[in-house]
Every structure is written in structure tokens, then in C-alpha cells.
Design a protein around this ligand. Structure first.
Ligand code: IMP
Length: 181
């Protein structure tokens, strides 16, 4: 394995959970599944910033069909805890009415973010809406939200890397680490 299994950065202990090769092959599989389910029409990908930018970049490059991508900026986290209040910085910057929308999220945790976003997206009358998340923590759910595609289901642990951060750090790590300390 090419990754470092353990890192201590400024007192944050990071332990390898999912290495980058495993992520890569799972995302290839997921992209094929989405393509098979969706067919030949254009897929309108809605990438949830900040965390999903790495996953979305890999997913769309593995997706062998026509797709367009737009970004929405949402946030509910401070440190390792959700503030419980989801905020959206601005309106969805494109017309999704009548389109087949795939919301691409980094992780579904309490479900509050996805519940909030789904309401906004559905209000614009897309033809269909599906949700793809790289990571899912079902044991943490506060609201039931439909999740159509999950790359990895994980336990109740705070993870960083592959786009996910702790107070702005670690998004650039290519593998997934659990954070203690
Ligand atoms: P939810 O609204 O509680 O489902 O949280 C969704 C958002 O919380 C995600 O888009 C992430 O930005 C953040 N989040 C939840 N769990 C983690 C984690 O383990 N590491 C980093 N960010 C997380």
C-alpha cells in the first residue's frame, strides 16, 4: 500500500480508513451504474460545495455519457459538529427545470443538508432528481432522505480527506482518514 497509515499533524491523529485505489475503483463502478440507470440523455450534475468537489471531479470523468455540472455552496459544519443550520450562499446558478438532476454530495450524515437541498431543487421542477454521495453515515441520520448511490457506507466516525475537511484542512489528502484528537 502506497499510503501512510498514520499521521499526526498539529495534534490531529489521522488513521487510514479507505485508500485511494479503493476509492478510485469504487467510483468507476458507481459511474457505470449511474450511466446504466440514466441512459443516453444529458445528466445535470449538481455538485455540493465545498466537500464534494473532489468526488464530483472523479465521478464525472468516470461517467461515459453526456453531462453538465453546476456547483451550489452549502454549509452546516463547524469543526466536527453540525451547527444544525444549513446555509445556502446563493441560488442554484442554472436552470434545472425539466432536467435529470444528480445531486453529488461528499457525505450524508444527519441528512439535514440533503433534506434542505432536495426541497430547493424539487421546487424548480426538474424531470428527475437522484442523489449520489461518496460517503454515508446512516447511524447518524436525523431526517430520512433518499440516497440513490452510495460509494462507501461508514461508521459514526469523523473522516477527512478526498475533499472532506476539518476546519478547512485535509481536503487535499487522496485517501480517507479517521480523525481523533
Ligand atoms: P449533514 O447535513 O449532517 O448530513 O452533513 C452534511 C455535511 O456535513 C457534509 O456535506 C460535510 O460537509 C459535513 N460532514 C459530515 N460528516 C463529516 C465528516 O465525517 N467529515 C467531514 N465533514 C463531514
Amino acid at each position: 500500500m502506497s499510503q501512510i497509515d498514520f499521521m499526526n499533524i498539529n495534534g490531529d491523529e489521522l488513521n487510514l480508513l479507505i485508500d485511494k485505489e479503493t476509492i478510485r475503483s469504487r467510483i468507476d463502478e458507481l459511474a457505470k451504474q449511474i450511466r446504466k440507470d440514466h441512459g443516453d440523455g444529458t445528466l445535470s450534475v449538481l455538485c455540493v460545495l465545498n466537500g464534494a468537489f473532489v468526488f464530483a471531479a472523479d465521478l464525472i470523468r468516470a461517467y461515459e455519457g453526456p453531462c453538465e455540472i453546476t456547483f451550489v455552496k452549502l454549509s452546516s459544519y463547524q469543526g466536527t459538529e453540525s451547527t444544525g443550520t444549513v446555509k445556502m450562499a446563493e441560488k442554484i446558478p442554472c436552470n434545472i427545470t425539466g432536467k435529470d438532476v444528480l445531486i453529488v454530495e461528499d457525505i450524508v450524515d444527519t441528512g439535514l443538508t440533503m433534506d434542505y437541498l432536495l426541497k430547493i431543487v424539487k421546487a424548480q421542477n426538474p424531470r428527475s432528481v437522484k442523489v449520489a454521495t461518496c460517503f454515508d453515515k446512516p447511524s447518524r441520520r436525523k431526517i430520512n432522505v433518499p440516497v440513490d448511490y452510495v460509494a462507501f457506507e461508514i461508521e459514526d466516525k469523523f473522516i477527512v480527506g478526498y475533499g472532506l475537511d476539518y476546519d478547512g484542512l485535509y481536503r487535499n489528502l487522496p485517501s480517507i482518514y479517521t480523525k481523533n484528537g
